[in-house]
Write a protein that binds this ligand. Structure first.
Ligand code: C2E
Ligand code: CA
Ligand code: CA
Length: 574
């Protein structure tokens, strides 16, 4: 026999001895649907810490409700249904308030083991997803170290809790030479290297336990920067010992999949509260000290001092002034000739930037170019120089002058992805004949140039632009590398020729370098020739192209053209 009875939201059906329940009407379904929606919203609100957690909560709510709907449509006894439903609803409500840990009630597990099991699985899945989300947000996946946010949070907490009379210390580490590993071996190798560095840093801190390093917080701050916070440092000797241990550990060669990599680190150290009484101030102080360590040469550590702070402030001021000077058009170019000794012909004029400061004597680039490079102002300044040089070279060519104009390119400029596009557009804007231009790239930059840059430079040469290596002999002068680069000329640095008059050894070195470069089929230009004596010796050694105060100091365009703008040969003898 079949009978049916209406009972609230459900319709109870009886078929023989079997009692079953179905949803009573569409209205009930709508009500349940609305309840489900409200439940989803409640649950999402409970986990509203972040997008991914909300998604996880929504997924959980949706899945559970589907389970409930399908379960409700199955045939179950009313009494079982009611108790189990109450238990499941209560548990879900608790989950909506963030409780993902309390087990489901025992009668739900007994009466509806499938639903209870599904809820357990889902809660555990959501717990683990939330854990993943949390750790991804707090840990750097490459090294497994706390990321910047997490590092700062932990240190802030330690500073609040600290009761020690001993100072705390912050180490700011920047790897030396990491960028070139990334450039030459690729990012995957770079990541491996960072993970290995993190491992060695952990080991150092464990091994320096007697200095309190075991309770240190180590973090990956950004890129190739790491930070270490030591909650208590008994004395400065302890901090220095740790810095030395870090240098020792990182100084050992890394083996990355069979490729050997030499690395180092520049370390800045600042004490709390002496050098900064808040974490941001402390980080800034350690960062300033790190910069000093870096500029003193690789693999050093430096302690913060007020003198360093003043210097950093001075730099910041200089940077502001440089930007203003650029806006006000206070930069000018001067020109210095390169002459062929045999013919007395001027081959090239090197464009050199100066700052015509309203209240000071002409400021030379040695004072402001490094600051402009460090701060990035060089990119805009370099654009201005590029524009001026292209305009001037085009004008000189129209005047019938047969001289190239050389432009100095800084590392920072060349690192800009659109550098070559900007150069080409300046050339096009002024209709500069490419053969009227020469690029000067410093030796240190040339020796470490990424393949992409080498290709771009080779393209420029195909256009007719000449390329010179500047300041040769000041860095890691690699003749084999020189042979492989797309270049025309090499400028030997002033330091190489300075003592040729007084030192036989200097003469030997200079003459060997010149012969080797000429042997590669490249032009050699000697820079910084200040006297007739130097010039005489250099001529004997075999160098034919010179630049230096002996011939002419850099001068403004009008002065330069008066003296070197014609076609007549230059008189070289004193
Ligand atoms: P650099 O490219 O090696 O330029 C040659 C420097 O040597 C110039 O200094 C020049 O005045 C100086 N010099 C030339 N002959 C002699 C000499 O006989 N004796 C001595 N003692 N010095 C001589 P300056 O103009 O002060 O430039 C210094 C550096 O600043 C340049 O070295 C270059 O690296 C940078 N620089 C100059 N102009 C620019 C520029 O337009 N852009 C960029 N990025 N850097 C520039
Ligand atoms: Ca130069
Ligand atoms: Ca030079």
């Amino acid at each position: 026999m079949y009978s049916a009875r209406r009972d609230g939201p459900f319709q109870i059906q009886r078929q023989g001895s079997v009692k079953s329940v179905r949803f009573n009407s569409r209205a009930t379904l709508i009500r349940l649907g609305a309840g489900a929606l409200a439940f989803i919203l409640a649950l999402s609100a409970a986990f509203n810490t972040s997008g991914p957690s909300r998604n996880a909560a929504l997924a959980l709510a949706g899945t559970l409700l589907c389970g409930l709907f399908s379960w409700c449509s199955a045939h179950r006894s009313i009494s079982t249904l009611k108790g189990a439903l109450d238990g499941a609803t209560a548990r879900l409500r608790a989950a909506a308030h963030g409780d993902l840990h309390t087990p489901v009630v025992s009668h739900l597990r007994r009466d509806l083991p499938d639903l209870a099991g599904a809820m357990d699985t889902l809660f555990s899945q959501v717990r683990s997803d939330l854990d993943d989300i949390h750790s991804l947000a707090m840990f750097d996946p490459v090294t497994g170290l706390p990321n910047r946010t997490s590092f700062c949070r932990q240190v802030e907490q330690l500073l609040v809790e600290s009761v020690s009379d001993d100072p705390a210390a912050l180490f700011f580490l920047d790897l030396d030479g990491f960028k070139s590993v990334n450039d030459t071996l690729g990012h995957a190798a770079g990541d491996k290297l960072l993970a290995r560095v993190a491992g060695r840093l952990r080991e150092v801190l464990m091994s320096q336990a007697q200095t309190g390093a075991a309770s240190a917080v180590l973090g990956r701050f950004a890129g190739d920067e790491f930070t270490i916070f030591l909650p208590e440092v008994p004395n400065s000797a302890a901090a220095e010992r740790i810095a030395r241990a870090i240098h020792f550990a990182l100084g050992e060669r890394f083996d990355i999949d069979g490729q050997f990599v030499d690395l180092g680190a520049s370390i800045g150290i600042a004490y709390y509260p002496e050098h900064g009484n808040s974490l941001p101030a402390l980080i800034r102080a350690a960062d300033i000290a790190m910069y000093r360590a870096k500029s003193n040469g690789r693999g050093r550590f430096e302690l913060f001092s007020n003198a360093l702070a003043e210097e950093a402030e001075g730099k910041a001021e200089l940077e502001r002034d440089l930007r203003i000077a650029l806006e006000r058009g206070e930069f000018i170019l001067q020109f210095q000739p390169q002459v062929d000794v045999g013919s007395g012909r001027v081959l090239v004029a090197e464009a050199l930037v100066r700052w015509a400061h309203p209240d000071r004597d002409l400021v030379l680039p040695g004072i402001f170019v490094p600051a402009a490079e460090e701060s990035g102002v060089i990119v805009d300044l370099g654009d201005w120089i590029m524009d001026q040089v292209c305009e001037t070279a085009a004008r000189w060519a129209r005047m019938g002058m047969d001289q190239r104009l050389a432009i100095n390119i800084s590392t920072r400029e060349l690192a800009q992805a659109d550098f070559f596009a900007r150069l080409r557009s300046a050339i096009a804007r002024h209709e500069t004949p490419p053969s009227a231009l020469e690029l000067e790239i410093s030796e240190s930059l040339a020796m470490n140039m990424a393949p992409r840059l080498v290709d771009e430079i080779a393209d420029l040469r195909r256009l007719g632009i000449r390329v010179a290596i500047d300041d040769f002999g000041t860095g890691y002068s690699n003749l084999a590398r020189l042979r492989d680069l797309p270049i025309d000329r090499v400028k030997i640095d002033r330091s190489v020729v300075r003592d040729v008059v007084t030192s036989a050894e200097a003469r030997t070195i200079c003459s060997a370098i010149i012969a080797l470069i000429q042997g590669l089929g490249l032009d050699v230009i000697v820079e910084g020739v200040e006297s007739q004596g130097q010039l005489d010796i250099l001529k004997v050694i075999g160098c034919t192209i010179f630049q230096g105060f002996h011939l002419a100091r850099p001068a403004d365009e009008r002065t330069y053209l008066t003296r070197f703008g014609g076609t007549q040969a230059v008189a070289l003898e004193a």
